[in-house]
Structure formats: C-alpha cells, structure tokens
Design a protein around this ligand. Structure first.
Ligand SMILES: C[S@@+](CC[C@H](N)C(=O)[O-])C[C@H]1O[C@@H](n2cnc3c(N)ncnc32)[C@H](O)[C@@H]1O
Length: 256
C-alpha cells in the first residue's frame, strides 16, 4: 500500500516533470529530444515510465501515441491518475514485465529515461533483446542515464549532502544513507537504501556490453556536463579524465 503522503509527493514530482520545461534533471533530456527527434506520427514506448511525467510530456508535445510501461504498480497508479487529471487521450499506462509478457506490436521510438542504471546487467541484456524485437525497422531506442562517475550517480547525494558520494568507503556511505533514509514511491524499491543498492554502476562500456546480445548498435552518443552550459560549448563532449567526472547525463541512440 502507498501512503497518502507518498502518493501526493509522487503526483507533485511527476506533474512537475510533465508540465515544467525547466524542471530538474529532465530539462536537458527534453531539450535534446526536441532538437534531435521529430516524434510526430510516431508510436512511442516509454519503458520504465515510472510515474509517467515524461510519457505525458511526449503525449502533450508531439502528435504521437505513447505507451508507458513499468514493473512497479505504485508508479503506474500515479501515472494513470495523472493521465485522467490532464485528459490526454494519446497516452496509456500498464504494469508489465516485458520478459514475462513481450509486446505484440512494434514501436518507432523506445525510451529508457533514467531506467537502465536500475536494472542488473544480465536482466538488462535480456530486456534489450526483447525491445529490439518490438522496434520498427527504422526505429530507435533512446537511453539516458547518469554515468557512475557523475556527481549524482548514487541517487542519494541530495540527502547525504556529498556529490560523488559513491566513492566513499562502502560502510561509511551505507551508514550515511541509513541515517538519512526515507520512504520513496515504489513497490519494488520502497526506500533510498534499497534504491541505492539496486543500482548497477552503469558506464558507457557496461551499456555497450548490455546491448551486445541484441546486436543493436549505438549510432549517437552525447555526454552532457556543466561545461555544455557555457556559450558556444553546448555540443562539446568532454570525456577525458578528470572532466569525465563532470558528466551528469549520457544519451545514447540505438538502432538495428
Ligand atoms: C528512476 S525511475 C525513472 C522513471 C521515468 N522513466 C522518469 O524518467 O521519470 C526508474 C523506473 O524503472 C522502472 N523499472 C526498473 N526495472 C524495470 C523493468 N524490468 N521493467 C520495467 N520497468 C522497470 C522502475 O520501476 C522505475 O519506475
């Protein structure tokens, strides 16, 4: 059961991701998607859609059809309630484990937005094999995630108060998380400690290993860091040590 307080927190968070173009970590994702893809007329799968903020954003901003799926029923409950509140007919949500129940149709655009870093590598490999089967011939799979070296990759630095805290000694970090631990929306991962332990420490190399069995190919990669906010440097990829530790988000497009 989800408490009323967590439900309200989830609705507020997802609604902000949907409505506010400048909201937190998704601002860069939205800008990149707008400049790189025209999703009009496309059938989109938002894989691991969570509470649906981005699914609703796609549905509102493009003339497209969006299907949001997630393994977690608490997240899908919030997504479904938000869809009703905003009366968007071109988006639907369901709880689904794609490995138990593969999709029947094909999608033009499959998005994994802040999802891949939460799934253990052997399962992620199987998921990419399944997703490839559901990808239209000219379609693309767009993956975004914070790489493990990034300042916020631990997903707990906001409560621990230390960027790059994933590099603290394990025992120290676990104690700090326990001290600041709190419930989050989620049936699968219901507090910050579980969420931290569920991370797979994703890097570009690990992602490339994860797509190998599917034979998908990476055709585009953008490594976003604070440096990209400086005038004239928006397209630069600074992946050399130590600047690679400033990358906050990796974006990769996969194709057949
Ligand atoms: C950090 S949330 C991101 C949610 C959303 N994509 C967003 O950007 O707001 C990660 C989501 O991945 C989902 N997830 C994890 N493993 C999954 C799986 N095997 N199949 C579907 N969803 C999964 C989680 O339940 C969670 O909702």
């Amino acid at each position: 059961m989800i408490t009323q307080a967590l439900y309200d927190e989830g609705i507020t968070y997802a609604e902000q991701n949907f409505m506010d173009e400048t909201a937190n970590h998704l601002k860069v994702d939205k800008e990149l998607i707008r400049t790189k893809f025209n999703l009009d007329g496309k059938k989109i799968l938002d894989f691991g859609c969570g509470m649906g903020g981005m699914s609703l954003w796609y549905a509102q901003n493009f003339d497209c059809e969006v299907h949001g799926v997630d393994i977690d029923s608490h997240h899908i409950r919030i997504a479904t309630d938000l869809k009703s509140r905003h009366h968007l007919p071109n988006v639907g949500f369901e709880v689904r484990n794609v490995l138990d129940r593969p999709f029947e149709g094909k999608f033009d655009f499959i998005v994994l937005n802040d999802v891949a870093e939460h799934i253990q590598l052997p399962i992620l490999k199987k998921i990419f094999v399944e997703l490839k089967k559901s990808l239209a011939v000219d379609g693309g799979i767009f993956v975004s995630y914070p790489p493990w070296k990034s300042p916020y990759a631990s997903h707990v630095s906001h409560v621990v108060g230390i960027p790059w805290c994933q590099y603290l000694p394990e025992r120290t970090l676990l104690k700090l998380i326990e001290k600041n631990n709190r419930a989050i929306v989620g049936e699968e991962e219901s507090d910050l400690l579980e969420a931290y332990k569920g991370l797979n420490h994703l890097t570009h190399e690990k992602l490339m290993e994860a797509i190998e069995p599917s034979c998908l190919k990476a055709v585009f990669r953008k490594s976003h860091s604070i440096i990209n906010r400086m005038p004239g440097l928006s397209n630069i990829n600074l992946r050399v040590f130590p600047l690679d530790y400033l990358i906050t988000k990796e974006f990769v497009l996969l194709k057949n």
